[in-house]
Design a protein around this ligand. Structure first.
Ligand code: TNX
Length: 664
């Protein structure tokens, strides 16, 4: 892209912003700041004004028509305070003063989720071959209204509920546009999950991959095995080295955790279905299963028999379900049988990732299984495990999906693959359906910026990287294209202890996932996306989403091993360009890499060589950050002065430490 073009896009974006701020609608195509970007947009002149008297007409006889109309009315009732009437109609042509939702005369080529939208100054019409398309037409309508329409309580600042006259033809590029939420590592309430679903819907995301259980918590009530939640849903602390205060998910006994009753699940699934979101449940096996094995130890492998001359067996680590005992499979089948009744999803995800084979190697029953089945090794035992589960899942009329590792020892015949560490290309080329969710672009639990960010698991996946993702693997022959179902962003929650933080990690990167999944590759454009995002973030603000704001504080400098010593010494950085007024500055010391942490003894601000402020608390930045934020108050600003930051620091136990300092 040329710089000139970037400038033009930014200028147009800026103009829109200025107009929105002034309450003045822009009339150009560029004013259609919809995310994900629609396929075709033609702007007309004029605007349609919503008023309390506007009716929402839905095609008579459509099973979910009234609900779709009602959804739109509900959003407006909350924010605009209108009580729009929803009525059924036979009409297929625009009706003055009405918003018509109909499948009549829709273009079949738009598919299940596509729609056309025509807004004229007098009427609005959404046509879609199927109900999901009508719902997405409604989502686009909402984004064409002022951002305040997403408020959860009456908006006082917006008076004119108008949208630009426009013709849109739109349909998604991919059928699977998903987010994964891990409710095991940390627990989120039913209300929080419903809120999460609602925000997904406004991005036309259609799949919630619910990673419901994992090692640290079993979260689904199974009536036949009550101990799963009685024991498996609770632990002593919040874990992962996090501040216990950062979550409120404690029970009366002070234990951390929680679970979903079957009634809760039904409610959440129905809430999602009303928003055309399928919940694909994941039941991790054979590994990532500690919580259930804690509740029912018989699910783990047996120890080997005592060695000659010994009376007790040497216990082995328990890391997976035992693949040798038939009782394991019987119990897992019982669990899945109950669980599948709660989830109408045609797909059941069984995990299959990160299974260390240590316990299988030592377990006499697993070894006997390998022998009896003529398997070569433990990798093939993993494949045996997955194939056996697949047979069962298929017998219930469902399809099995698993992570990259289910290809180990041979992928099960009908399995779908979720690519997180590779294997997507190979699976698609052998005729398996694939969802792309690689760590490189889709791990929304990874850091989204360098510098001062809340502790994350690691990695670096900024918004721009997510946006640049191309789900079709390089080298895939065109005849296999249909096997790439789509894209998914993953919110693993080891370091996400509460819902606000979940939103912070999910957005705006989830906006990029939505556009990767929806918009044709050729229409994707980073500058245009970020311009639309400026308006979209106002929507998220109105909706109460705690997203991560764009940009980041400036970095004043850093330290490298060459500057380090094991004894305290002072280092200095010129901060004149960052100090522009009298205020309290916050300095953050953040370790980036190396074997040794940085200890900070004190930090001071110097004006023309004279110390004017000092914060003398001890701080540490390394694998763990402690008190690494320093406050320096500048009482009087000297326009001509030179400002220097001085800090007494050392590196602990060696000098291999690199990091940066940010100023706010
Ligand atoms: C790997 S992705 C895992 C998860 C972790 C995640 C953290 C996958 C199939 N397994 O269990 O939560 O990394 O990023």
């Amino acid at each position: 892209m040329t710089q000139l073009y970037q400038l033009v896009v930014l200028a147009v974006g800026g103009l829109i912003l200025a107009q929105v701020a002034a309450g003045q609608p822009a009339e150009t195509t560029a004013s259609v700041n919809v995310i994900p970007r629609p396929v075709k947009v033609e702007a007309d002149s004029g605007r349609f004004s919503l008023a309390p008297a506007t009716t929402i007409l839905v095609e008579k006889g459509l099973a979910r028509g009234p609900k779709i109309g009602g959804y739109f009315a509900d959003v407006l009732a909350k924010s605009a305070g209108f009580a729009l009437k929803v009525a059924e109609t036979d009409k297929a042509e625009p009706v003055s003063g009405a918003i018509l939702l109909t499948t009549q005369r829709a273009k079949p080529a738009l598919g299940d989720e596509g729609y056309t939208l025509t807004i004229s100054s007098d009427s609005v019409i959404v046509r879609a071959p199927q109900e999901p398309g009508l719902f997405y037409g409604v989502q686009t309508l909402l984004q064409l209204l002022p951002p305040d329409v997403f408020r959860q309580s009456p908006a006082t600042t917006t008076q004119a509920w108008t949208m630009p006259c426009v013709q849109i033809e739109d349909q998604p590029r991919f059928a699977w546009r998903g987010l994964l939420v891990d409710t095991s590592r940390h627990f989120f309430t039913k209300q929080e999950l419903c809120d999460f679903i609602d925000v997904m819907a406004l991005h036309k995301l259609n799949t919630l991959h619910w990673h419901i259980n994992d090692d640290v918590g079993w979260r689904l009530e199974i009536k036949k095995y009550p101990k799963l939640v009685e024991i498996g849903a609770w632990r002593d602390g919040i874990e992962f080295g996090l501040d216990p205060q950062s979550s409120t998910a404690y029970d009366a006994k002070g234990r951390y955790g929680g679970f979903y009753t079957q009634a809760d699940v039904k409610e959440i699934v129905a809430y999602a279905a009303e928003r055309f979101i399928t919940i694909v449940p994941e039941f991790e096996m054979p590994a990532h299963s500690e919580a259930s094995r804690r509740a029912y130890p018989e699910l783990s492998c047996d120890d080997p028999p005592p060695a000659a001359g010994q009376t007790t067996a040497k216990p082995t680590p328990k890391v997976a379900y035992c693949a040798g005992k038939n009782s394991t499979f019987a119990m897992l089948e019982d669990i899945l049988s109950e669980a599948m009744l709660l989830f109408p999803s045609p797909i059941v995800h069984i995990g299959g990732d990160e299974c260390e084979k240590v316990s299988w190697k030592a377990c006499p029953k697993c070894q006997a299984r390998i022998k009896a089945e003529g398997l070569k090794n433990e990798e093939e035992l993993q494949s045996y495990f997955i194939r056996r589960m697949e047979k069962f899942i298929n017998s219930k009329g469902k399809r099995l999906m698993g992570w990259s590792e289910i290809q180990q020892g041979g992928i099960a015949p009908n399995a779908m693959l979720m690519d997180w560490i590779g294997g997507g290309l190979q699976a698609a080329q052998s005729g398996h359906d694939v969802v792309m969710s690689p760590t490189t672009h889709c791990y929304l639990d990874y850091y989204q910026a360098r510098g001062p960010e809340p502790k994350a698991i690691g990695g670096f996946v900024p918004l721009e990287t997510v946006y640049a993702f191309e789900p079709v693997p390089k080298g895939l022959a065109p005849e296999f294209l249909k096997h790439i179902l789509g894209v998914q962003g993953n919110l693993w929650t080891e370091f996400i202890p509460n819902y606000k933080h979940l939103q912070y990690m999910a957005y705006p990167r989830g906006c990029a996932i939505a556009e990767v999944g929806w918009t044709p590759a050729a229409s994707k454009n980073w500058a245009d996306f970020t311009a639309r995002l400026q308006v979209h973030l106002q929507r998220l603000t109105a909706r109460g989403v705690s997203y991560r704001a764009l940009g980041q504080p400036p970095q004043v400098g850093g330290w490298t091993p060459a500057q380090m010593s094991e004894q305290y010494k002072t280092l200095e950085w010129d901060v004149t360009q960052f100090v522009k007024q009298a205020k309290t500055y916050t300095l953050l010391f953040i370790y980036e890499k190396g074997a040794h942490r940085l200890d900070v003894e004190w930090v001071a601000l110097l004006e023309n060589g004279q110390e004017v402020s000092r914060d003398a608390h001890a701080g540490i930045t390394g694998a763990e950050n402690r008190n690494n934020e320093y406050k320096l108050e500048l009482k009087k600003y000297g326009a001509e002065a030179k400002y220097v930051l001085r800090a007494s620091v050392r590196s602990d136990g060696g000098t291999d430490s690199t990091g940066g300092i940010w100023i706010k």
